[in-house]
Design a protein around this ligand. Structure first.
Ligand SMILES: [Zn+2]
Ligand SMILES: [Zn+2]
Length: 143
């Protein structure tokens, strides 16, 4: 059984289709991924490269002598990670159109985990649509 997922960058220039056997994902906490995504960690879905089909080609950045990362040069969205000579690759979970129901299965880059960010469930929560100034900005922008 496989499932098909679509995704892409924020502006829509780069699009892809993934064909996956499961909804496993993981967090990479390494400093390279922190810098490449600007996040405290990168959530990735790992797959064989032939399971990822680009509908429109991404740009590529050599993030180190051993790795390259697809991204969109128009909007800047980080789209993944791979070793050029490897069979497998990673796609950023946040770039999947419907990232619900993926299951975090492991932590990688454990040496750089920001421990205090691992369990934030107890923090106060606010929805975007409950934040008056944001709602107001969207109203004005949509006029
Ligand atoms: Zn884009
Ligand atoms: Zn990493």
């Amino acid at each position: 059984m496989t499932e098909t997922f679509t995704g892409g960058c924020q502006c829509g220039r780069v699009r892809y289709v993934l064909t996956l056997e499961n909804r496993n994902a993981y967090l990479c906490h390494c400093r390279m991924c922190q810098r490449a995504t600007g996040g405290v960690a990168a959530a990735f879905v790992n797959m064989r490269k032939e399971q990822r089909r680009w509908l429109s080609e991404p740009d590529w950045y050599a993030s180190s002598p051993i790795a390259q990362r697809p991204f969109c040069s128009r909007c800047g969205t980080p789209l993944g990670f791979e070793y050029p000579d490897a069979e497998r690759c990673d796609v950023t979970l946040g770039s999947v159109d419907d990232p619900d129901d993926f299951i975090p299965t492991s932590h990688f880059g454990a040496e750089a985990i920001h421990e205090t960010w691992l369990d934030t469930r107890a923090l106060d929560r606010m929805r975007c649509d409950e934040y008056p100034s944001l709602v107001e900005r969207w109203k004005k922008a949509e006029k």
